[in-house]
Design a binder for this molecule. Structure first.
Ligand SMILES: Cc1cc2nc3c(=O)[nH]c(=O)nc-3n(C[C@H](O)[C@H](O)[C@H](O)COP(=O)(O)OP(=O)(O)OC[C@H]3O[C@@H](n4cnc5c(N)ncnc54)[C@H](O)[C@@H]3O)c2cc1C
Length: 536
């Protein structure tokens, strides 16, 4: 089978779906593919909280105030054009989502906006009862169902971009149900594959967030930027076991109810006076410090207590969520839960300009896959906004360029590669995650980063080739695919972190604890014939 389209979009989170709608609105035939089910495979559907936008519904606001807060959080490393685009175009996207029926929570007729850490005023919209991501995803899926120009195909795993004379002319995908290799010819292509947080053992990621898009872009000749900046969410759920709920769901609880972060001595170690004011990076280091000094909770994190709240207050704030917690054996009025920092979002990614063009002609990127808009640290709520705004811009520009580009000749199916390497890919993924978590986590040092790099280099040769699947894609082949890409993007993050001899935003070095003005520079990575090249 060979497929042809004007615009190929890889990944169907908020960025991919918004891009598809926008490209179709501008006259393009679009193919939206995902390795999972459409709209259900990545971070968007898992997000349950807030979306930052200067709507001014709660208090007067302007996108320039949102931009000022975004730049401040990014610690002098935001790409100003991308940050501006994010903040300036956010209101239009949020209002469009409102018109499409997403159901932003309202109070006395106006859209509710809450204040989140790092924002100077109430700026974050949400869908109530921790439903934001599912509602966003459902709204975009419903719009797509009514958009005939968009062909949606799940279970198509893109393994490589197709190139001709240095330009991107589509991609090679594997149909996971049959193992068939399917070339897709496209006039323009958008990578919207989300982030890389699955490379960490403690993460909020789905299985599809191992950084495929970064690996695809690198191998096609595109540049990555700021790969060292991974955001850790300080209060990810640690214990007791929690099934079927967002591991970062304690954030909205803290917005509404305050909550107290306690160490093993049941003492509050962040001076917040029962409010939720500490920025994510500060809270992360404070928890890690308690653990390092022997005052962590039993599973190696901190206690989070809502015992000051009555059952009535909890139900008024979170309704059905309280029942879902009860089904997990959690009663917040009786006992605290355990939380710990988990890898949550990636500020770095594919380098694009403000039109979402990568350095490879006819190749665009959008959403979390893009680096630069949030600099060295991201404000809460900016990620879904980024997915909407960058998706919309990429869809518009990719459709425009496709209108002036001839249809490329469809590529042939890929020839099978070498035989499978002799390693157990599932076990190796677990090992990689443990190494990256330990040495490329929230607190880094030269010795640890160098150890991680040695391990990743040694693994390199073993995962150089991806063999063709024999028949349907089995779990082992999928693990091999993921391992190969996770190794490459882990190497990018490690190399960039080792090089950056300072602490800035989400990148904290034990051995270089201060921010260094000389390091007010971005690091770019590209793949040369003999390996990764890092430039400032
Ligand atoms: C648990 C959780 C909660 C969050 N909460 C919030 C929040 O409240 N507010 C906020 O602003 N941000 C939040 N974030 C971050 C935010 O959700 C993401 O940054 C954003 O949704 C990313 O959207 P995206 O479209 O770029 O990528 P995603 O939604 O991750 O979608 C990427 C898609 O690409 C597909 N894909 C990947 N590789 C391939 C391949 N090789 N071939 C084909 N398809 C592929 C995946 O299956 C997936 O469907 C949260 C993140 C998580 C994980």
């Amino acid at each position: 089978m060979r497929l042809q389209t004007d615009v190929l979009i890889i990944g169907s989170g908020a960025a991919g779906m918004y891009a598809a709608l926008e490209a179709a609105r501008h006259g393009a035939r679009v193919m939206l593919v995902d390795r999972s089910l459409i709209g259900r495979g990545g971070a968007t559907v898992m997000a349950q909280m807030t979306v930052a936008v200067a709507l001014g519904e709660e208090q007067p606001d302007h996108w320039e105030h949102h931009l000022a807060d975004t730049l401040k959080a990014g610690r002098e490393l935001c790409d100003p054009a991308l940050s501006r685009l994010l903040c300036e175009e956010a209101p239009a996207c949020i209002r469009e989502m409102d018109a499409w029926g997403v159901g932003w929570a309202r109070k006395s007729g106006h859209i509710s906006q809450v204040q989140a850490p790092g924002h100077d005023r109430p700026r974050c919209v949400y869908v109530d009862f921790v439903n934001t991501g599912p509602a966003v995803s459902k709204t975009l899926r419903a719009r797509l169902q009514r958009t005939a120009e968009v062909q949606r195909t799940g279970d198509l795993l893109v393994t490589e971009l197709a190139l001709r004379d240095g330009a991107c002319v589509g991609a090679y995908a594997v149909h996971t149900a049959t193992g068939e290799s399917i070339p897709i010819a496209a006039k323009t292509t958008i990578i919207a594959t989300g982030g890389l947080t699955r490379i960490y053992a403690r993460n909020s990621a789905s299985i599809n967030m191992g950084g495929d898009g970064y690996a695809l872009a690198l191998r096609a000749g595109a540049e990555l930027i700021d790969m060292e900046f991974v955001q850790f969410f300080p209060i990810g759920h640690l214990a007791p076991r929690l099934v079927g709920m967002d591991p970062i769901m304690w954030d909205p609880f803290r917005y509404k109810l305050g909550g107290r972060l306690l160490n093993a001595e049941m003492r509050e170690f962040l001076q917040e006076d029962g409010r939720y004011v500490a920025a994510r990076d500060h809270a992360t280091y404070a928890i890690l410090k308690e653990v390092a000094e022997g005052r962590g909770s039993p599973h190696g994190g901190a206690w989070l207590s809502f015992q000051h709240c009555s059952e009535r207050e909890l139900r008024a704030a979170f309704g059905p969520v309280i029942d879902r917690l009860a089904a997990n054996g959690i009663d917040l009025t009786r006992a605290p839960i355990e939380v710990a920092p988990i890898a949550h979002y990636h500020m770095g990614g594919i380098r694009v300009d403000a039109e979402m063009r990568t350095s490879v002609p006819q190749l665009f990127a959008a959403g979390e896959a893009v680096g630069g808009a949030n600099g060295a640290n991201r404000l809460s709520g900016n990620a879904i906004t980024e997915a909407f705004v960058f998706g919309r811009r990429a869809g518009l520009r990719a459709a425009g360029l496709a209108g002036n580009t001839p249809m490329p000749v469809p590529a042939s199916a890929r020839a099978p590669a070498a035989r499978r390497p002799e390693l157990n890919p599932a076990a190796e993924i677990a090992r990689l995650q443990a190494v990256v978590n330990q040495h490329v986590g929230p607190l880094r040092s030269r010795a640890g980063l160098a150890r991680a790099l040695d391990y990743l280099n040694a693994l390199g040769a073993a995962c150089a080739q991806l063999p063709a699947p024999h028949g349907s894609v089995d779990a082992e082949w999928l693990d091999l695919h993921d391992l190969r890409n996770m190794r490459l993007v882990a190497e990018c993050a490690t190399r960039a972190a080792l090089e950056r001899t300072e602490s800035r935003g989400a990148h904290q070095r034990d051995d270089f604890p201060d921010m260094d003005p000389a390091w007010r520079v971005h690091q770019k990575l590209r793949l040369a014939a003999d390996g990764l090249r890092l430039e400032r």
